[in-house]
Design a protein around this ligand. Structure first.
Ligand SMILES: [Zn+2]
Ligand SMILES: [Zn+2]
Length: 378
């Protein structure tokens, strides 16, 4: 186990030194392929420029998928790690280097146990999670059509290293974007009566949107709406013709997501109309809410306990995660891995404790093994 842990730490440090952002994971893809080839693991033909799809097992059903994401972020690293990012302005600030390494570890363990596997494990090394691209791209290849259940994990800087966080049902949100352009009529700052000023309409809209969550959505639902940018005009004595805001709304169910979109449109159009303006509303759906299958959350919790891994009940998060797309039509479970208490995900000082790599790989491998057994016996 110690040798295995050492190997994984080396791979992890290499990934950390060479972060690649979404859709540019060429080197990471190459390194993943090299490791898998060395283990004699079958790599499937993936019609995407980056990412790797591999498999271990009999080649027959049942089929379980394990997924890791590979991309880094456009963040300037500020840690003093000996393996700090060597690429200026890029950093593995979301722990995807850890995920990729842990899945390589699981792949190696599963390969060793291939003869005992009761089916096939598909290994998804996914590109472009941070831009909500990779999961849909992977699913779009059709190469996952026979997968019955999906499992994935994410580092968590709010959990002690070596502890897992698991929870059933909704655990992460849909991180949707919205933008509103309010159109009025510009003119001289001294003559508002000859204009249709979009600025007070924008100010009202910002306040009205704050009440969408507090007044229109059930207090039993988790929902966040943040207006994060507002702009209008470019000088002091001119009333601008337009004003713009943008922000994010995050919900934990498809129904509330639909309602949220509808309320943003309705509020923007009505408030703008009250000021004699019109509103153009944009709404972009990112990944859907991540909803763990209750029975499989219970299964992974039981398995972790059997393995002597401490488990806490995971706090839900309003962050988005495109693993959710795999669970749209299939059961599965997304687990948080404690990698030591520290700065938040995406923070320039974010770090993970790599000492839990081999344990995480073992947990992933066993999850796949045990689920294949359960499906075979079902
Ligand atoms: Zn992230
Ligand atoms: Zn992430």
């Amino acid at each position: 186990m110690q040798e295995f842990q050492k190997t994984l730490e080396e791979i992890f440090r290499d990934f950390h030194r060479h972060p690649e952002t979404a859709k540019e994971e060429y080197r990471t893809t190459q390194k993943v392929r090299e490791f898998l080839e060395k283990q004699g693991i079958q790599i499937l033909d993936l019609p995407l420029p980056t990412g790797v799809l591999a498999q271990v097992g009999s080649g027959e059903g049942p089929v379980i998928a394990l997924r890791a994401d590979m991309d880094a972020l456009p963040v300037q690293e500020q840690t003093d790690l000996p393996y700090v990012s060597e690429t200026p302005g890029k950093m593995h600030a979301c722990g995807h280097d850890f995920h990729t390494t842990a899945l390589l570890g699981a792949a190696a363990l599963l390969k060793e146990r291939e003869a005992e596997l009761k089916g096939t494990v598909r290994l998804i090394f996914q590109p472009g999670e941070e831009i909500n691209y990779g999961a849909l791209a992977m699913l779009g290849t059709g190469l996952l059509d026979d997968v019955q259940e999906y499992y994935g994990l994410h580092t968590d800087p709010n959990i002690e290293a070596g502890t897992l966080g698991i929870r059933e049902n909704a655990i992460m949100a849909s991180p949707d974007w919205f933008g509103v352009t309010i159109e009025g009529k510009g003119g001289h700052g001294a003559q508002p009566h000859n204009c249709i000023d979009p600025v007070p309409a924008m100010a009202s809209l910002i306040l009205a949107l704050q009440q969408v969550v507090s007044r229109r959505i059930s207090p039993f639902s988790a929902c966040v709406l943040s207006v994060t940018r507002a702009s209008a005009g470019n000088t002091w004595n001119v009333i601008p013709g337009t004003a713009e805001i943008e922000g994010t709304i995050r919900t934990m169910s498809d129904e509330e997501r639909d309602l949220g979109e509808q309320l943003i449109r309705q509020t923007a159009e009505s408030v703008a109309a009250a000021y004699g303006c019109t509103a153009k509303v944009g709404y972009k759906r990112q990944s859907r809410p991540l909803i763990n299958t209750p029975a499989l959350a219970a299964f992974t919790t039981g398995l972790a306990e059997e393995m002597g891994i401490p488990v806490i009940r995971q706090e839900p998060s309003m962050i988005g995660e495109d693993f959710a797309e795999y669970l749209k039509d299939h059961p599965g479970c997304f687990v948080r891995v404690g990698t030591g208490i520290g700065p938040a995900l995406h923070h320039p000082k974010f770090t993970v404790d790599p000492s839990v790599l081999s344990g995480t790989a073992e947990f992933l491998a066993r999850t796949a093994q045990k689920r294949l057994e359960a499906l075979r016996n079902a």
